[in-house]
Design a protein around this ligand. Structure first.
Ligand SMILES: O=C1O[C@H](COP(=O)(O)O)[C@@H](O)[C@H](O)[C@H]1O
Length: 223
């Protein structure tokens, strides 16, 4: 794991967007397409704003969420909505969104269809993850009903999980898909998450799911 500390959040977001863009460019120079997987939540908006304006062959980039909350796309809780409002605009409007949501009562009802879309976009070229202060990443929450299966090496790429702390049901990429990414960045801000990350290094994955990706990750932190 590499830990990068920035003096402030603005500098972090600029440096991180720059790193992601150069990794995507490099992959697009060598191949036909690249896949960028990104988190939802409250932290990544500014990095999406910067990325959306960058000059890249976006029409050759698949954009895939790490995870989604099972809410309609017009909900303020929808990670897809965040993506559409902050990343998939300006130049990045040409990118291809791989959906992690389809209107249905439960994620299980559309799992086969969503999994097919995800499989077509794998492996992930650049993985950007967030982390909660409870040490969850993507929707791999401590205490989630199927967490052990989602952390296993033979997990399917996409799973539905439910956890008390998660609120609504979740759909999430699983540990083997996350670990298989070519480049892995974790974006965290504030003292509480820094302390949580330090704690995660001492705990088993079931208590600190973020641990499943730490080995090869670059952590980007600002106060
Ligand atoms: O629920 C979620 O939480 C994590 C962390 O979000 P943040 O608001 O603390 O930045 C996020 O990475 C994940 O994608 C999201 O679904």
């Amino acid at each position: 794991m590499t830990f990068l500390e920035y003096p402030d959040r603005e500098m972090l977001m600029m440096a991180l967007a720059d790193a992601i863009a150069s990794e995507l460019r490099q992959a697009l120079d060598l191949g036909d397409r690249a896949t960028l997987s990104v988190p939802g939540g409250t932290t990544p908006g500014p990095v999406f704003d910067i990325l959306s304006a960058l000059d890249l062959d976006w029409d050759r980039v698949f954009v895939l969420l790490n995870d989604e909350r099972w809410v309609p796309e017009d909900s303020p809780r929808s990670n897809t909505r965040l993506l559409r409002e902050r990343l998939l605009r300006n130049r990045a409007a040409a990118a291809r969104l791989v959906p992690l949501y389809a209107p249905a009562d439960t994620p299980e009802a559309v799992m086969a269809e969503l999994t097919r879309g995800v499989e077509a976009a794998l492996p992930i070229t650049v993985l950007l993850l967030g982390m909660g202060a409870d040490m969850h990443t993507a929707s791999l929450f401590p205490g989630a009903d199927h967490l052990a299966e989602a952390l296993a090496d033979d997990a399917p790429p996409l799973m539905a999980l439910r956890a008390e702390a998660a609120g609504e049901p979740r759909i999430t990429l699983t540990a083997p898909v996350l670990r298989d990414a070519m480049h892995c960045h974790i974006l965290i801000t504030g003292g509480e998450k820094r302390d949580a990350l330090e704690r995660a290094e001492t705990l088993p994955e079931l208590q600190a799911p973020v641990r499943c990706v730490l080995k090869n990750a670059t952590i980007h932190w600002a106060p």
